[in-house]
Design a binder for this molecule. Structure first.
Ligand SMILES: Cc1ncc(COP(=O)(O)O)c(C=O)c1O
Length: 291
């Protein structure tokens, strides 16, 4: 918490913090394996961009953040887990004006997280939510801000329907992403995912999957998608730091032809192998180290 290691129960923020009052802040969810953060520099780069989009100046530079993440991982109880790196606007007056907030708060939580474990085993059940993803002209979904109400509304719909995840469409009816993960389909041997500009977070796991597809010789591209494309896909899967790779079993009650499908299985295997290569027997990330 602002540079000090402490037990979770002692890590508190003020009720006047605008992160709490208004969702004014940014965050990253980062996994670590074998006590090394996976794709840390990509997460820190995205955090920096999210903060810049909100005119929020990060209290620390990339090197200091990298050291803080490494220290947190060293102190974590398990060799593998999930980190939540949060920067809030900080304490200010009541009223939304960020100018009253003098000093951002920064904290990193180390925890376990495997919310999608069961869905990963049996295949996730999705619905297409009635709640539309906010457009870039309102709150750009590429900003990973502390305000998650838009996807939370979609997740409530999924919960009510007994589904694992909700797919959100944009105002034009194009597929964007899940409430907390990106989405891929396989159509005729090609891997397709909506462009981030349609209203999705530029996911780090999504980028890794596109990278793996290239190395495996799987044709992949960003392409606008509609519900019809999802319903008629050969395969569909979700990607995210928390979710990792999760095959989809059905969407709005329409079963996918394959779950897990052959391309999913190849990519998932390659993903696991990549994690081992990048994280096993490596020192915790240190300043400036390339990934
Ligand atoms: C809305 C949303 N989309 C996609 C993702 C997946 O992104 P990443 O793979 O970087 O975790 C997340 C999770 O971070 C998310 O919250």
């Amino acid at each position: 918490m602002n540079g000090r290691l402490m037990p979770a129960a002692e890590a508190t923020v003020s009720v006047f913090d605008h992160g709490l009052l208004y969702g004014d802040g940014v965050f990253e969810g980062i996994r670590f394996y074998h006590r090394r953060a996976f794709r840390l520099q990509a997460h820190l780069a995205r955090l920096t961009l999210s903060a810049r989009a909100l005119a929020l100046s990060l209290p620390w530079d990339q090197a200091a953040l990298t050291r803080a993440v490494a220290e947190t991982i060293t102190a974590a109880p398990d060799d593998a887990g999930y980190l939540r790196l949060v920067v809030t606007r900080g304490v200010g007056a009541l009223g939304i004006d960020p100018r009253s907030c003098r000093q951002p708060n920064l904290f990193i939580i180390a925890d376990r997280l495997d919310a999608m474990a069961e869905a990963r085993r049996r295949g996730a059940r999705l619905i297409i939510a009635a709640t539309r993803r906010l457009g870039a002209d309102g709150l750009d979904p590429r900003i990973k801000s502390l305000n998650y109400l838009n996807p939370i509304l979609a997740r409530l719909e999924a919960n009510r329907a007994g589904a694992d995840e909700a797919v959100m469409l944009n105002a034009a009816g194009r597929v964007t992403e899940g409430s907390a993960d990106n989405l891929f389909i396989v159509q005729g041997g090609r891997l397709l995912t909506p462009p981030a500009s349609d209203g999705a977070l530029a996911g780090i796991t999504r980028a890794v999957v596109l990278e793996l597809a290239a190395t495996l010789g799987i044709a992949a591209c960003e392409q606008p998608l509609t519900p019809y494309d999802l319903y008629t896909a050969d395969e569909c899967f979700l990607t995210g730091t928390a979710a990792e790779l999760v095959p989809v079993a059905d969407i709005d009650g329409r079963p996918l032809s394959h779950c897990p499908g052959p391309l999913f299985s190849r990519l998932d295997q390659a993903f696991r192998a990549l994690i081992e290569r990048e994280c096993r027997n490596k020192p915790p990330a240190v300043t400036g180290e390339a990934e």
